[in-house]
Design a protein. Structure first.
Length: 330
């Protein structure tokens, strides 16, 4: 599959280095586009990419690429994805897919209409350990899920900190890393909560830097499940998670880069499951996208548009409760 990369930031660097280690699977880095030619040329030299574009539109319209990975700022995702789809290109777009569920719904419908593959690059959905976690839950190994918790926080400095919180770019901790917490919950529960409450701290530029969200899920037996997620930019919080059920629990020391998990069952059995990454974890979403495109599918069966839309609509609801609107939404 011939890939084009849109933008040249740190996440694009990771993506490019991954594709370059998958050439034996038929993955090819064909082109890169940036708003400045110098940035694109530097990126191309570093990752051995033959074609350089100083225009996103020019790469989207090029016949030399099959699929485009979009790694631009959050506020640009909607327009960039739409441009690529209208140009007839398959798309893998970095999370958050868009800044609203309505935008995402429109794009998924457009991809279906055009017969093109489209997926949010929510890479943790494809990690083998988390796939195994879902399998164990589905099998009833943990019994009925009663409680989930996940935490994620890091410290950003300098220009990176400014970018992370910039409301003009669709910034804030919720869209940047809170989506990992909420997406992790969706992997387990398969639906949005019936209700939630939250405590949030807003920055002086109007985006969030810390929040604790309590979520309630109803169950068919009437018992219900509770979840608590903590998200922060400015605090170093380990990416720990736990899934507690009536028959056992799963503990992850790093749910966002999961290679191991501990299964602890009520009968006293306890064991660790370890599935190391083949490369760095990005390879699984790349492989899924390529396989879907080769098979003529417009979306993944592992991470469907519905799953993406559920998390985005939950983020919409949370932001509404915080009265957090971006300037381009007003």
């Amino acid at each position: 599959m011939k890939w084009g990369i849109m933008a040249t930031g740190s996440i694009a660097q990771k993506f490019a280095s991954t594709v370059n280690r998958m050439t034996d699977e038929g993955e090819i880095l064909q082109a890169v586009a940036s708003r400045t030619k110098e940035s694109a040329e530097n990126f191309a030299r570093q990752h051995r990419i033959p074609e350089v574009f100083d225009s996103y539109k020019a790469m989207a319209e090029s016949d030399s690429v099959d699929v485009i990975y979009i790694a631009t700022p959050n506020n640009m995702h909607y327009e960039n994805v739409k441009m690529c789809l209208l140009a007839g290109k398959h798309v893998l777009c970095e999370k958050p897919f868009t800044t609203s569920a309505a935008q995402a719904q429109e794009l998924y419908a457009l991809a279906e209409e055009k017969g093109l593959f489209l997926m949010e690059g929510f890479w943790i959905r494809f990690l083998p350990v988390l796939q195994k976690m879902q399998e164990l839950i589905k099998e009833g190994k943990l019994g009925e899920i009663r409680y989930i918790r996940s935490e994620y926080g890091f410290v950003a400095k300098g220009d990176r900190k400014v970018r992370k919180f910039n409301p003009q770019l669709g910034g804030g901790a919720l869209l940047d890393i809170g989506i990992y917490n909420l997406g992790f919950l969706n992997m387990i529960m398969g639906k949005n909560p019936d209700s939630f409450t939250s405590d949030v701290h807003m920055t002086d530029v109007g985006t969030d830097d810390f929040s604790v969200i309590h979520l309630h899920y109803s169950q068919e037996n009437g018992q219900g499940a509770e979840a608590v997620v903590t998200t922060a930019i400015g605090l170093d919080i380990q990416r720990k998670a736990a899934v507690i059920g009536t028959k056992g629990s799963i503990y992850l020391d790093d749910f966002q880069k999961a290679e191991t998990m501990t299964v602890s069952l009520s009968d006293g059995e306890e064991y660790e499951i370890e599935i190391p990454f083949e490369i760095n974890g990005f390879e699984y979403q790349i492989r899924e996208a390529s396989n879907c495109i080769r098979e003529g599918r417009t979306h993944s069966g592992i991470y469907t548009p519905q799953m993406s839309l559920q998390t985005l609509s939950l983020i919409d609801d949370i932001r509404a409760g915080w009265n957090m609107k971006f300037p381009f939404e007003k």
